[in-house]
Design a protein around this ligand. Sequence first.
Ligand code: BGC
Length: 886
Amino acid sequence: MLRQPGPVSFEHLRDGIGVGVAEPRLSWVLPAGAGVQAGYEIELDRCGHVQRTGRIDSSDQVLVPWPGVPLASRERVTVRVRVWAGERPDEPSDWSPPGAVEAGLLAASDWLAVPVRADSLEIPDSDRRPVRVRRDFTLARRVARARLYITAHGLFEAEINGKRVGDDVLAPGWTVYHARLRYRTYDITDQLSEGANTIGAWLGDGWYRGRLGFNGGTRNIYGADLSLIAQLEVTHDDGTRTVIATDSSWVAAPGPVMASGLYEGEVFDARLDNPNWATPFAERTAGWAPVAVGTRDPRTLVAPQGPPVRCTQEVSPVAITRRPDGRYLLDFGQNLVGRLRITVDGPAGTAITLRHAEVLQDGELATRPLREARATDTYITAGDGPRSWQPRFTLHGFRYAEVTGWPGELNTDAVTALVHHTDMRRTGWFECSDDLINRLHENVVWSMRGNFVDIPTDCPARDERLGWTGDLQIFAPTASFLYDCAGMLDSWLTDVAIEQRPDGAVPWYVPVIPGGPLWTPIRPGAAWGDVVTVAPWVLYERFGDRELLRRQFPAGQAWVDLVARLAGPSLLWDTGFQLGDWLDPSAPPDDPAASRTDRYLVATAYFAWSARLLAWSAAELGDSGAAARYATLADDVARAFRRRYVLPSGRLTSDSPTAYCLALAFGLLVDPAQRQSAGDRLAALVLAEDARVATGFVGTPLICDALTDTGHLDVAYRLLKQTECPSWLYPVTRGATTIWERWDSLRPDGSLNPGGMTSFNHYAFGAVADWLHRVVGGIAPAAPGYRTIAYRPRPGGGITWANTRHETPYGTAALSWELTGDGMTARVTVPEGCAGMVELPGRERLTLGPGKHTVETPGRGHAALSGNHAHAEQRSGRDTPDRCSA
Ligand code: BGC
């Protein structure tokens, strides 16, 4: 009998508590040896009432529809699955371990809580001192189950009886608040007891009313209040319920947080801190006053679609230097995003100041790249013995920190950097025989971590940290390999669609900062706006989520239709503002849009590509009419592109690498000879620059594929392995630990790039990692969700081995290859339920079933195996080395 499948998971969530849909989709991973699933049965245990679906003949195991009556609000159901598969398809497997799913508050009428704020306290707005709110209550009976549904205008951190609720930070994250404000659901059963209890919450400015945006930024974007919305629901041992919801009975007072801002940092005066403030035993110090009650449409309160932001790692300083004036300079050895935790003891009123920076200049923190982000935290000691502290409502991007005012000697164990980001499951790994490339890959991972902080941001340190659509558009394939970011991006794309203008224009960044100093007002721009067609397609390819594709389709359609209107009968998008091939290395520091590639060539190429993706999406969604319409549009735009931008000689009007990349990668050249000559020209241009990078945001993610696909793999490797500036490895040779925004954020002469926009943690150029995974490592999706996987490594560049692994929705896919004297040995893991198409250099394709296989070239032993024959052969040889020659 088969062993059990993995536990059922729900939607794209890491745990099933507080789901926002009544019919959450289910996924599971098959047990080893299952092969392909012939059928499944789901069991729902609704409070002891067990329902089973009976065997359903289907191979579906990812995002399978909810099989029963929809969940009611608060309803908790235990779910198990068993499958029929493997050698004995008539016998079911064991049942999976149980997984629990619990609905949040699904109906607006479930909400009794109203926003409560502290404005009756007359805290001057200039002061902006954050507040805390609190409520004491008595529970007359024992607690059987308790849940807290909670959110805020501003950021919140809740405490019950002196203990923190949950371990997530910067809740409720950043959404288009007026349309969608996320609430969180916490199981607080163990934090309550019969008798006296207290709930309290810290509130901070965050994205809701903190300063956001560059050029001074804007405050109070969503409102001027800091309000808590909380509903604590207790079910007692006798089945009765007590509900404590925010209302006029709560009280508020300023706390020890004196100031707080995402860009600014935080000031905390421990002398004002009473750690018992949220316990029934707190001294009732003066200052607590009744709250003011606000309103909020509960229909705008939504459950999270992905995991929250958490601390995921602690990093100790690798060096501490004491300056003659008493300041300490700390180096954490890694550019990261998070904050410092200090443990300090000093006379009351000692102010310790923590400043942060990504790089040093002349041995001091280089803060110019932060622009107007102060990134400074201050802790004022209470003088009552050692205390640990970290700021609550801020994060910084830094490798270095400066500490001033530290009483006595500062030791390594007194300061720790706490790494924070959306707590996604890591799913992708790559390493090879080249250590510089490994560090490059590691830097990509760190830049993703630093910028996937509730929304995908451009950079984490300066006064920006915005959801730039173009950045995510180009990085989405890499992101989807490294981490399970489906839920987080589903949420963000929901907001992208909400922020889309009625005419179809997609904002440059989402959420939009309304009324802010937008140097780029909302007007359509290629490569940025195309996020609405590209990202849903990438997520569909990588996670197999057809519903997400369906939900996002109207946004993509509105976008392509808008561009079609702008282009008019010529089908050329050749008017209006464009950022083009942003950050082409030849652009001057103060004009990153001044690329060597015609920005309208870029725009028309993206127009064709988005129409193509929309056609493919429509076909997947079963809308053959739309599929045909957009396929025709894509063909027509490609023809217009050729007429306008391809010269009779075959050269493009912009004779630049990015132009050829677009023409090749977006399938705009249909004549094979024309494609080949474009590929040859691209290779020649790369070599003319001695394989230094000559592309910006648009060309960089495409160039290695464009070279590979036209027979210039060797040139792609030369580009990859270049270490002179500009190149991917130049920053690595300069000690970079993240991907830089500019090819020369740190210039070869050691000076910082003088551009006003110089970040050292920007994932965009890290998009090359997708090529590392697919082409160097050799793992690529060949059917949605990796149901079929292409294992097609293309060694080169002197790399002698590579190990690549990806946790697909179906389970682990892995490929380790090494060059042997006369060929290659590849160890392939195909997840249960999937098919592998293995294509080693110079060999015919093999189709392999689930399991572990070893494939060698050149062949030894038996004659050519292929197709089903090979499939059968591999299945029977599972877990033993297969010696195949093609
Ligand atoms: C951001 C970019 C973004 C660009 C577009 C910059 O300030 O950091 O990554 O895409 O602006 O204008």
